[in-house]
Design a protein around this ligand. Structure first.
Ligand code: HEC
Ligand code: HEC
Length: 361
């Protein structure tokens, strides 16, 4: 009975429960420390808390580009025209079909495509993110406003249909769509519709791919390999061949190299395009101005991925005028004195400097 206890016993009871209390507090503090550490170091959880720890200088932050002026102009980035605003039902159906073809190309036009089998299993959206609408995600904002245009690669005036077929034949390592096919007309209608709010002759802000600053050294596939295995292989796989979804009709994680990837004539095979694309889009989920890759890392991963085997393509008719060849096109002949290896891996600064002089002549 409590009332029967003497003072000594009561003191002892108090002392024991006080010690219990201390123990509980100690365990509580430990749990909190563990939780906080977990949140800080586990990337997926950290991204949920991004907005909360924005100002804390002690937490680990993803790499953020600081020196680009455009950061302050986020609000002026291009946004696509809204499909729901289309009144004409025929036009709306056509534009929607175009969007569907861009988002799930392989289901309709891939190796097991329901309409035709003319491409490698990739979707346009794999590289033109969010159906070609994402800022610096290789979006189509400037297509309607800048085509037809003279393209140095072909030496010809190219219209939108020709440009779409370029990606079918190179990025999707496939065949061209017939120019008057229902599919070509739908894809063109969609791309032109979403960009119709950009003034003719002007470029939409944050359309296409970001131009990364050059490194002062050659880019390094060996450094890139380690980074790839650490930051990309969990989705795109160690062998770079990606992962199909259960339907086996399209990829959950598209291939970065191997037989089913883009060929050596594709835009992404150029190091500058690849590095700029991944800087603000990969690992999947990052968006400008945030990045999980420093410029160096993006360039070195480009060097590694674009050193791996992939389908070939006859490029002998490309760049009829050597002057127009980009600094990172890795196949000769060139107007300058640099080798194929230097055009592939850099250092790019001296190549660009010499190219400027040659282009002026
Ligand atoms: C493997 C990646 C990849 C895939 C897949 C891909 N493209 Fe492209 N596409 C590119 C790159 C890279 C560019 C050039 C971007 C640049 O230089 O700024 C480009 C450019 C374009 C352009 C011109 C954009 C402009 O502003 O000049 C169009 C149009 C286009 N692609 C349509 C398509 C269509 C349609 C598909 C699907 C049939 C497709 N692309 C699939 C990588 C890809
Ligand atoms: C969380 C999974 C994930 C990680 C990690 C990831 N990616 Fe991707 N990646 C994707 C998905 C999904 C797509 C296709 C996006 C779509 O279709 O909307 C993609 C598309 C691409 C593409 C364009 C399509 C192609 O196959 O060529 C490239 C290039 C690419 N990723 C490179 C990388 C690189 C390099 C890394 C590492 C820095 C990386 N990715 C990390 C999921 C991932």
């Amino acid at each position: 009975m409590i009332s029967g206890k003497n003072k000594n016993d009561q003191n002892k009871d108090f002392y024991i429960s006080f010690q219990h209390l201390l123990n509980i507090i100690f365990v509580l503090i430990l749990t909190i420390i563990c939780l906080v550490t977990f949140i800080l170091f586990e990337p997926s959880i950290r991204s949920c808390f991004k907005n909360f720890n924005k100002d804390s200088s002690t937490s680990i932050q993803p790499y953020v580009e600081k020196k680009n002026a455009i950061t302050d102009e986020l609000t002026t980035f291009w946004v696509p025209e809204d499909i729901n605003s289309i009144k004409n039902p025929t036009l709306k159906a056509r534009v929607e079909y175009g969007k569907e073809l861009i988002s799930h190309t392989s289901k309709y036009l891939g190796p097991k495509g329901s309409v035709m089998q003319i491409s490698n299993g990739m979707n346009c959206q794999n590289c033109h993110l969010v159906s070609g609408t994402k800022s610096w995600g290789n979006n189509y904002g400037s297509v309607k406003s800048t085509y037809p245009k003279l393209r140095a690669r072909s030496g010809q005036i190219e219209d939108v249909k020709k440009r779409i077929n370029d990606c079918f034949e190179r990025s999707l390592n496939g065949k061209a769509l017939a120019l008057n096919s229902k599919e070509m007309i739908a894809i063109k209608s969609y791309i032109e519709f979403i960009g119709k709010n950009v003034k003719k002759g002007e470029k939409a802000i944050a359309s296409g791919i970001f131009d990364l600053p050059f490194l002062s050294r050659a880019i390094d596939p060996i450094k890139g390999k380690a980074l790839y295995e650490n930051k990309c292989a969990n989705c795109h796989q160690m062998n770079g061949e990606g992962l199909m979804d259960i339907s086996q009709l399209e990829y959950t994680y598209p291939p970065l190299w191997g037989n089913n990837s883009y060929n050596i004539g594709a835009g992404l095979f150029r190091m500058g395009r690849f590095a700029g694309y991944i800087k603000y889009n990969m690992p999947y989920g990052v968006s400008y101005p945030n990045s999980q890759l420093s410029d160096e890392e993006a360039w070195d991963i480009a060097a590694y991925v674009n050193s791996q085997p992939r389908p070939s393509k006859d490029l002998s008719k490309d760049w009829p005028k050597l002057k127009g060849k980009p600094y990172d096109h890795p196949f000769g002949p060139f107007a300058d004195s640099f080798s194929e290896n230097e055009h592939k891996y850099g250092p790019f600064k001296p190549i660009v400097a010499e190219k400027k002089k040659i282009d002026k002549k």
